[in-house]
Design a protein around this ligand. Structure first.
Ligand code: NOJ
Length: 558
């Protein structure tokens, strides 16, 4: 147990593994822990420092493990605690670190606490969850909608009360007002930290504190349910809970923490991540991921406006500079593939994927790479709804149909935004099932695996894989990437995302063309300052100062 705390996470690159879709060694169609061990050398070669492992705990898998039945056991299809210990050893032996997912806003309804809790009102675990009487007319205690659709409350016949579930019915919310809950969670965290895990990614951690008056939320036009967000996002006691977690658990270990925080603004992020506050190291913002939709409804599609995207990054880069810390991501298991989203997954797939990586990796913060992103993996377009697996997709389908959306419109939204885009199996090679499994994969493989796979990427020195590797090397070599100040340039250019980073002894310029046209750099001064600069990385052989080819992304050191 190391007491000293250091900032190693500021210079680290994190790689996220979604275990179900990573690598199957048993032939059951699902990835497993031994499968991860088998690929550690691949990750080492990429150059990453930290692995974030999405949940591997015992779970009925209603939401692929974000519904935990036992926090101290491994889901049997993934392996055993011994496998996990071995993984940890093997990760450490290679000089890397392992961060686990911490899902403590809710458990599975099959967790023994909930099984007890629902038995009777006097049960000692009753207060571990949030039980309320219905309104006078018998309707749910509040009008809140659940994030996965339907009401956020489920009526339980046995004791004739409702319980709160911000996500699926099988994911009841824990009652963080209850000190015993908090204590049990802290013990569980210590169990993992004492094993040697190097930190936590904390699932929807800014939802823990609810406004215990439970008011109704506002109902928008066309909405069936009210918005409970104002009463649980960054709720009344959230900073107290974060400080307590730090005080009771984290302060004893040299670990990293990243809080997943939908609805957090840069101002919130400052408060959560300012080291003086003793809360978290960094958070995941959702703001840049919410720019290509209408009214924060991700299924209601809208084209991205590059100027808005740039200004959003600028806001985060500037607000946290010198105070807190950013995490940098395009992808995770909840987001569609970035090359299909802000790039071009057709003619310019390789090129635009590299450009997007360059654009993100030169900013200040800790970069996160999601499995397959380093290969430029793309979205999938299943024709049949039945080919999807995600509970969110099925609930959304019914809900949108009920308000009159056509089947075609919904399928288009799923193709663009469905979480299963990220969850198709990792493409290792061009053999059956992309080398992911010898069995039947739990979700179909993306048909593009013959062209896009790790083996092909490793054999091609110009591949996306090596581009990511080079970006990682650059970050290790140049302090300006970690420490430099961010300045947006060409602010109003609708096609080019350009910025400068200014450090103690060095500076760099990043110029990224988000369009499929050749564009001229409309700033003589900028062009002049690039004349004597050195190209640190580029995805373009025909690069010319003053012009950017389609999807060109280039970094100049000055
Ligand atoms: C956020 C996780 O990233 C997502 O996959 C999950 O469904 C919800 N939280 C609920 O745990």
């Amino acid at each position: 147990m190391a007491k000293s705390r250091s900032d190693w996470w500021k210079t680290s690159i994190v790689y996220q593994i979604y275990p179900k879709s990573f690598n199957d060694t048993t032939g059951n169609g699902m990835g497993d822990i031994q499968g991860i061990i088998e690929k550690l050398d691949y990750l080492k070669k990429l150059g990453i420092d930290v692995i974030w492992l999405s949940p591997v705990y015992d779970s009925p898998q209603e939401d692929n493990g974000y519904d935990i039945r036992n926090y101290r056991e491994i889901y049997e299809q993934y392996g055993t605690l011994e496998d996990l210990d071995q993984l940890l050893d093997e990760v450490h032996a290679r000089g890397m670190k392992l961060v686990m997912d911490l899902v403590v806003n809710h458990t599975s309804d099959e967790h023994p606490w909930f099984v007890e809790s629902r038995k009777d009102k006097g049960n000692q675990y009753r207060d571990y969850y949030i039980w309320r009487d219905g309104k006078e007319d018998g309707s749910p205690p509040t009008n809140w909608g659940s994030i996965f659709g339907g009401s956020a409350w489920e009526f339980d016949e046995e004791t004739e009360q409702y319980y709160l579930h911000l996500f699926a019915k099988k994911q009841p919310d824990l009652n963080w007002e209850n000190e015993d809950v908090r204590k049990d969670i802290y013990d569980m965290m210590k169990f993992w930290l004492d094993k040697g895990v190097d930190g936590f990614r904390m699932d929807v951690i800014n939802f823990l504190s609810k406004d215990t008056r439970y008011p109704d939320g506002q109902i928008g036009e066309n909405d069936t349910y009210g918005d409970g967000g104002p009463f649980f996002v960054n709720g009344p006691r959230i900073h107290e809970f974060m400080k307590e977690i730090h005080q009771e658990v984290l302060s004893d270990y040299d670990v990293m923490t990243v809080g997943e925080m939908p609805g957090a603004s840069p101002e919130d992020a400052k408060e959560y991540t300012d080291p003086q506050n003793d809360e978290l190291n960094m958070i995941f913002t959702f703001e840049h991921m919410n720019l290509d939709c209408v009214n924060e409804d991700k299924w209601n599609l809208k084209d991205i406006d590059l100027v808005e995207l740039k200004e959003n990054f600028e806001k985060w880069q500037k607000s946290l500079y010198g105070v807190g810390w950013n995490s940098l991501y395009w992808n995770n298991h909840d987001q569609p593939r970035i090359v299909s989203r802000f790039g071009d997954d057709g003619q310019y797939r390789e090129k635009s994927a590299k450009m997007l990586a360059t654009c993100l990796h030169m900013m200040q913060g800790t970069p996160y790479i999601y499995q397959g992103e380093e290969l430029g993996m793309t979205n999938v377009r299943f024709d049949q709804l039945e080919d999807y697996r995600d509970i969110e997709i099925f609930n959304m389908y019914d809900e949108k149909r009920a308000i009159g959306w056509s089947h075609e419109r919904i399928m288009e939204a799923i193709h663009a935004k469905g979480r299963d885009n990220a969850r198709t199996p990792m493409q290792w090679d061009d053999s059956k099932s992309a080398g992911f499994t010898d069995g039947e994969p739990w979700i179909a493989v993306n048909p593009r695996f013959k062209e896009i796979n790790a083996r092909a990427a490793l054999e091609d020195e110009n591949s996306n894989f090596y581009h990511y590797q080079a970006l990682i090397d650059l970050r290790k070599k140049h302090e300006v990437i970690t420490e430099g100040k961010f300045e947006l340039v060409l602010r109003d250019d609708p096609n080019v995302f350009a910025y400068k980073r200014v450090g103690k002894d060095e500076a760099l310029y990043v110029l990224c063309n988000f369009s499929d046209r050749t564009v001229k750099i409309d700033d003589e001064g900028l062009v002049e300052s690039l004349r004597d600069a050195e190209v640190w990385i580029t995805n373009e052989d025909q690069g010319e100062i003053g012009k950017l080819q389609p999807y060109e992304g280039v970094v100049y050191g000055v």
